[in-house]
Ligand binder design. Structure first.
Ligand SMILES: Cc1cc2nc3c(=O)[nH]c(=O)nc-3n(C[C@H](O)[C@H](O)[C@H](O)COP(=O)(O)O)c2cc1C
Length: 208
């Protein structure tokens, strides 16, 4: 089994990375592979809503990491989204990345049935709003959102400082344990309990 973790921080050794490192130890202990994709230091333009991706399975902009990352997420059993908190939301580059990647993948509901989890790192506040933002991508994709013993929000300012947030790190560790358990449960049941039939989505735009 494999998990892909998206790090929205421009700091590859920052606090979000510290959380992913704790999660990696847990996954290692269960024989679950994890690949971290660092998106935060890239130049990633936002979605322009052109819908060129419909029927093509890839974004029209092919000059950055988004299309390659979508392929890796398609192949994964689970996806973790992690971001620093910027002005009580997620980092801008992460938002651009997620809007484009998830707009492509949700056209054909390709992430349906995968296991998802999210963490955010804040100096002090705005963590809940940013975590909500990440969770929206997971639940909209019909993935199973995993929880922990508390909201997975860790605290620190300098890169790596969040390792001193012992409760935050315990929460992240529990999140990984719970995610590993859901992944193993999903794997054990895959031949016995198929995912529900995919009902066609009937769109009704609010135009009246
Ligand atoms: C542009 C910017 C905006 C930030 N906004 C917030 C904020 O609203 N709330 C907060 O608690 N911390 C804020 N921070 C601090 C980061 O969230 C914090 O340092 C975080 O741990 C960084 O995670 P990273 O090391 O993974 O990048 C901000 C930092 C930057 C650079």
């Amino acid at each position: 089994m494999k998990v892909v973790a998206i790090n929205g921080s421009p700091r590859v050794n920052g606090n979000t990375a510290a959380a992913f490192s704790v999660m990696k130890s847990v996954f290692d202990s269960h024989g679950i592979e994890i690949e971290i994709i660092n998106v935060g230091a890239n130049v990633i333009r936002g979605c322009i809503g052109c819908e060129s991706c419909v029927g093509k399975g890839k974004c029209v902009f092919n000059n950055d990491i988004v299309n390659a990352a979508i392929d890796k997420m398609r192949a994964a059993d689970g996806i973790i989204l992690g971001s620093p908190v910027y002005f009580s939301g997620i980092a801008g580059t992460m938002k651009s990345f997620l809007d484009r990647a998830f707009f492509v993948a949700t056209r054909e509901r390709e992430f349906r049935g995968k296991v998802g989890a999210a963490i955010v790192s804040a100096r002090r506040s705005g963590g809940s709003a940013a975590l909500d933002c990440l969770n929206h991508y997971i639940v909209y994709s019909e993935m199973t959102l995993v929880g922990s013993s508390y909201w997975p929000i860790i605290h620190g300012w300098d890169a790596g400082e969040a390792v001193k947030d012992t409760e935050g790190m315990d929460t992240v560790k529990m999140l990984a344990e719970n995610m590993a358990w859901v992944l193993m449960q999903r794997d054990a049941m895959k031949d016995n309990l198929p995912y529900p039939n995919m009902e066609k989505r009937r769109k009704l735009n609010f135009i009246r």
